[in-house]
Write a protein that binds this ligand. Structure first.
Ligand SMILES: Cc1ncc(COP(=O)(O)O)c(C=O)c1O
Length: 386
């Protein structure tokens, strides 16, 4: 049996995905394939590191040691060919908190932040809740692949102070090419725009694709801030550990000052242990995970062939599948209704991702093959006429 076939009981662990179905969807008896974490145990090396730390009470204030920074740097070098200096690193309890902190540190209320839709919902919230002006450019879906509307992007950069990029892209799983990233970087530089590149999904890359860090693709990188974390890759979101990387010391100092103002000083003891173990010893497990996820994608791809008008946007990355049902002419409300009441399946409604999300659902396949098979069976049932 494959490691990832094991059934892990998550209900009753205060899991958002499993224990908040009633709160979020109004129904309890659903198969949860929504919020972005996986139903897999992290690699044994991480469990061992946590166990070791657990056996060393007390759990008082802990600083992030240099060895953790070295582990982050070594990982980025090994996996993505990006060599960073330890002095470029800051830590953060999460990528979403980092986005908020950076927006606060590097822009003023009322200034414009640009992002590409459809996109991960907190991209909108972090801009608006911090009283910045949200501007969006719509990604164009062309033959099942998302493309940037360069003319619109450049036009909107003129009034923008920060561009918030999702790379790889959630929800479509698109990996931006080096050429695209280079062009984004050049245009942003030309218009004096800072890029926040959220690369939380950058380790979960399918074998036909290649992720390039934006800061590496850009000829110059002082205006690019990169956010990475082991949380998606190794299923550690609850441990809240991530990193901010900025090569411009002035920018880094501003971010650090904002973190200090907000009282964010360090990470939690277990997050540090897990992050270091993940980036030091997690590689082999990750390779097996990617193979398993590729198998899960195949199951969905095959199943969707039997559902008229429903298509898979072929992912380059992530365990999040973006499924297009626009051709069925069903409304989002009708689809959510049949998913929840008839098929008993919890998927993320596409409209959550802003303009361009209508007519889509997002399915999380970070679960056993058995659950994926059951999920697609339910999806077929939802779109059937019975
Ligand atoms: C693009 C993206 N950024 C950030 C996050 C969440 O990051 P964190 O839990 O570190 O705040 C997610 C989670 O789904 C995501 O998809």
């Amino acid at each position: 049996m494959d490691l990832f076939d094991q059934k892990i009981e998550r209900a009753g662990t205060h899991s958002v995905k499993w224990d908040m179905l009633k709160t979020v969807f109004g129904h309890e008896d659903l198969l949860p394939m929504w919020v972005a974490d996986m139903d897999f145990k992290p690699p044994q090396a991480i469990l061992n590191a946590l166990d070791k730390r657990l056996k060393q009470p007390p759990y008082g204030y802990t600083f992030v040691p240099d060895s953790t920074g070295k582990a982050v740097a070594s990982w980025l070098d090994r996996r993505h060919g990006w060599s960073i200096k330890p002095s470029w690193l800051l830590y953060s309890i999460g990528v979403v908190p980092s986005i908020s902190v950076i927006i606060r540190a590097l822009s003023e209320a009322g200034q414009q932040v640009l992002t590409m839709t459809p996109v991960y919902t907190p991209f909108f919230q972090m801009v608006e809740l911090n009283d910045r002006k949200l501007e969006t450019t719509l990604l164009k879906e062309i033959d099942g692949r998302y493309e940037i509307d360069w003319a619109d992007f450049e036009e909107k950069l003129k009034e923008t102070s920060i561009f918030l990029l999702c790379s790889p892209h959630n929800p479509s799983g698109r990996v931006w090419t080096e050429e695209e990233l280079n062009k984004m970087s050049l245009l942003c530089r030309e218009h004096d725009v800072i890029i926040i590149s959220d690369e939380i999904h950058s380790d979960l890359i399918y074998r036909h694709a290649k992720h390039v860090p934006t800061a590496l693709a850009g000829d110059l990188h002082e205006h690019i801030i990169t956010l990475v974390a082991p949380s998606k890759t190794f299923n550690l979101a609850g441990l809240q550990a991530s990193a901010i990387i900025a090569s411009d010391q002035e920018i880094l100092e501003k971010i650090k000052a904002e973190q200090t103002r907000l009282g964010f000083f360090t990470l939690n003891t277990f997050g540090i242990a897990a992050m270091e173990a993940a980036y030091t010893e997690g590689e082999e497990w990750l390779e097996s995970l990617i193979t398993y996820l590729e198998g899960n994608v195949s199951v969905v791809r095959d199943a969707l062939k039997d559902i008229p008008g429903v298509y898979l946007i072929e992912p380059d990355s992530t365990y999040l599948l973006w499924i297009d049902y626009r051709e069925t002419n069903k409304t989002d409300e009708e689809v959510q209704n049949v998913l929840l009441k008839k098929a008993k399946l919890a998927l993320e409604p596409g409209e959550k991702y802003g303009e361009g999300g209508q007519g889509f659902v997002r399915m999380n396949i970070g679960c056993s093959r058995e659950v994926v098979r059951e999920g697609v069976k339910r999806l077929k049932h939802a779109f059937s006429n019975q």
